[in-house]
Structures are given as C-alpha cells and as structure tokens.
Design a protein around this ligand. Sequence first.
Ligand code: PEP
Length: 249
Amino acid sequence: MRKRVLAGNWKMYKTAAETSAFLEAFAPLVANASHAEIVICPPYVNLPAAVEAARGTAIEIGGQDLFWLREGAYTGEVSAPMLAAVGCRWVIVGHSERRQYFHETDETVLKKTRAALEAGLTPIVCVGERLEEREAGATESVLRIQCAGGIAGLTPEQFARIVIAYEPVWAIGTGKTATPEMAAHAHGVLRAEMASCFGAAAADSCRILYGGSVKPDNVKGLMEQEEIDGALVGGASLDPQSFAAIVTY
Ligand code: PEP
C-alpha cells in the first residue's frame, strides 16, 4: 500500500511572517488527515520559520531545490546537508521551472537526487512533457528519456527512497489539468519504465504524484485513479483553506 503524499510547492511566494500565519491556520484543518504525508516547500529563507511553525504537527517541510555538492565556493547555492540541518525532510528536484529557467538537465537532476538521499532527504523528482511534445505524440518518449537520464542511474536502494512527480509542463500554473485518465496513463508509463530498471516490486512501491493545476474541485477525480499516489500542488497550496481542502479531498 503506497501512502499518499500531498505536497505544496510555494515557488517564490510568501514572507517568513506569512509562512507562520499560513501554518497556524492550516495545521488545525489537517490535524486528522493521517491518510497522507503532508509536505510544504517554501522558499529557502522561510524554511526556519516553516519548520518552527510546523513543530508538533504532522506537516513536514521541504526545499524547492538544492545544489549537489556539500559545500564550497558556489555563490547563491544551498546544499542538501544544509536543508537537513534546518529541519527539512523533503526536497523538490528538477521542477520544470528549474529546467526551463535555470538550465537543469536530467544529469543535474540525478546528481541532486543522489545528494538529497545522501543527506537523508526524500527527493520529489519531477518529470513531464511540454505542450509541443504532447502535441507531437512524444509524451511517452520524453518521460522515458527523463527517467533514463535522471532516475535510472540510482542504485535500487536509492530508488526505493525517492518519490516521482509527473507534472505535464502545459498544466503547471495554466489552469489546464490533465484528465485523471491522461495522468494515470502517464503514471503507468513511468511505472513500467521503473519496472524495467528496478524490477516490478520496486516500481510498484514507488509513489508517483501528479502535479499541474490541482485544485480542491479536481483533486478527488485524480486521487480516485489507482496509479496516482498524491499531488504536487503549486498555486492552490498558497491558501490554507484551499490546500486543506486538497489534503482532505
Ligand atoms: C507546481 O508548481 O509544481 C505546480 C503543479 O503548480 P500549479 O499547481 O500551480 O499548476
């Protein structure tokens, strides 16, 4: 049985004070939600405030990115041990906005995933096709290439500790959601690919989240798909009522 994960990606939104206020309002709304792991990923500077405000709750905190080396002369970067030291348990790796605007590749995704695991973090490794790729009928091959470059290089022990997020780029922040059937099909492709790399049992245990304009009014249909093990939520995770409605769908 794969325990669901409902994770909020706050992107570049909220100050520390807004982070604390969100958690104060949100925590009581999800206090009985034991069916899922609940994760919030604020910007780096607000991680201490988030960890502090989530103390004593089941809500866990994650980073939105990391650098793959432990320390060094890399101005502006933050390492996995630094995230772990501040109290993070999770980290998003290879989000499409990182790939699009900050030149992330499958190769850097693999390095970052390994670094996260080494520091004891759970990486949420993002994959997904762009609109032109879907329209060209290339969705499956894009997912296979991203898996081959970004995930297949893990050891079986490392693979057992990651979470994958399928995020079709055309559905992120656009209000266009993949239908539950489209998402489930893509998840099936990913799981089959993982089975060919790590074996059927390992692939069957891997949690695959859907991300892309998940909202309170579409989350239930998505979660009813057996292949979908949770959601990575951007815009709708910024409001406590809205994200609580998604968590408790
Ligand atoms: C995301 O940022 O990962 C995301 C899915 O955003 P949104 O829910 O706003 O589409």
